[in-house]
Design a protein. Structure first.
Length: 420
């Protein structure tokens, strides 16, 4: 006795199909990075972009990195292609600990967790520490991608008053009493986007406030080795009172190669273990072969000497940009003079709106990033960020000439130039 084979149901017309469940509230509430959006819009090769924070491609040590990968695959290929521990490869953690210790912060390999870029490190810390509704205090303005991370956690972000030297300690103390935040996030050295550096006395003051008020500090340091003048300022993490409550984030992106996507965090044991659990649920571990190649590079190459060489080039590029800004910007503009890092922060005169002027500037084949997205509160529409490390002095000069032409094409009294 045969049985009939059931036929497949006819597909529903699209008009009758039930709608899919919506995206999560987190995904719908966080906007795309304006920096990434501008980079996509200015991808034409003729555009000179001061918008991104990209290291100079010609200064990346492709040969040295290739040699490190080749040596690892030749000498320990089976290990390099295998899974690793969540905390990171012991060889790399030991090398990173030695570098931190040499810079005045006694560190062991066990203090560190290797991450897939320092952006992931920030995400791990925020996920491990923050509940929806928790308060985070930040610099004003603040690193844009940090604001995205905190938005994803559902935290409430409160900006703290800053001046040309960074966070004002008294304002931070008042904000902590008023808002009862769980953590302070700061980029104290060559800050993104302003380029400013927090003086040592203020770092000590922040550490004292954190100890007295009960506050975590997340100290993000991707640019600290790129110093062109002045003396190094010790990490907040090395200040008395901060050592049991400071998370220090580091990265190879600006000093070796961003494509390696290698970062790390140094944190007290309980928080570090919590971050490891979060990382297990995210990507299990940072790629083994990349970690071992970085460790091999540190063993075979003199990274400090290479960074010093790159810093000399970047310092000359900073000087070229600073020298050309008076002729490129509207009269009455002001800007920072960073001692290192990658960025100059500009404030246009009263009546200008950097975001509304940008389309005209891009028509002149040059670009910058408007400053408003870097503010957690109400943004200053007159501000913009410019990166000076990606191009050489000649290209910087040409880009500033185009920038001058773009600004000249805008009448301040027009709707395109006036703040709305």
């Amino acid at each position: 006795m045969s049985s009939a084979v059931p036929s497949s149901p006819a597909p529903l017309p699209a008009s009758q199909a039930a709608p899919l469940p919506p995206l999560s509230g987190r995904a719908g509430s966080v906007e795309s990075s304006p920096v990434r959006d501008i980079l996509a819009l200015t991808a034409r090769p003729e555009v000179i972009s001061f918008a991104g924070g990209l290291p100079a491609p010609e200064l990346l040590d492709a040969e040295g990195v290739a040699g490190a990968f080749a040596a690892v695959l030749r000498d320990s290929g089976a290990q390099a292609l295998q899974y690793s521990t969540t905390e990171g490869e012991p060889l790399l953690r030991a090398a990173l600990a030695d570098r931190a210790t040499a810079r005045g912060l006694p560190t062991s390999a066990e203090d560190l967790l290797v991450t897939t870029g320092s952006q992931q490190a920030l995400h791990l810390v925020a996920t491990a520490l923050l509940e929806p509704g928790d308060v985070v205090v930040v610099e004003d303005p603040c690193y844009l991608a940090a604001l995205q991370v905190f938005a994803f956690t559902g935290a409430r972000v409160v900006p703290v008053e800053c001046d040309e030297d960074g966070i004002v300690p008294g304002a931070l103390d008042e904000a902590v009493v008023r808002e009862r935040p769980k953590l302070l996030y700061t980029v104290p050295t060559f800050q993104n986007p302003t380029g400013r550096t927090l003086p040592g006395a203020r770092r000590a003051a922040l550490a004292e406030i954190a100890a007295r008020r009960g506050l975590w500090i997340v100290e993000d340091d991707p640019y600290g080795e790129l110093r062109y003048e002045g003396e190094r300022v010790p990490w907040i993490a090395s200040c008395p009172g901060a050592r049991d409550r400071t998370v220090l984030l580091g990265s190879f992106s600006k000093v070796l190669a961003p494509g390696l996507r290698l970062g790390w965090l140094r944190a007290p044991a309980a928080l570090r273990r919590a971050c490891a659990v979060v990382k297990q649920s995210t990507d299990l571990h940072t790629p083994t072969v990349t970690q071992l190649a970085a460790a091999r590079y540190l063993a075979d190459q003199d990274l400090d000497a290479r960074v010093a060489s790159v810093a000399r080039v970047y310092g000359a590029r900073r000087d070229a940009m600073l020298a050309g800004l008076p002729g490129a910007l509207p009269a009455g503009s002001r800007w920072t003079r960073p001692e290192g890092g990658m960025f100059v922060w500009v404030r246009l005169p009263e009546g200008w709106d950097a975001g509304r002027v940008l389309p005209e500037v891009v028509r002149h084949d040059v670009a910058y990033v408007p400053g408003v997205p870097f503010f957690a509160g109400e943004g200053d529409r007159r501000t913009l960020r410019m990166c000076f490390v990606t191009q050489d002095e000649e290209v910087i000069g040409e880009g500033l000439r185009r920038l001058a032409a773009g600004f000249s094409a805008v009448e301040v009294s027009s709707s395109a130039g006036r703040a709305g």
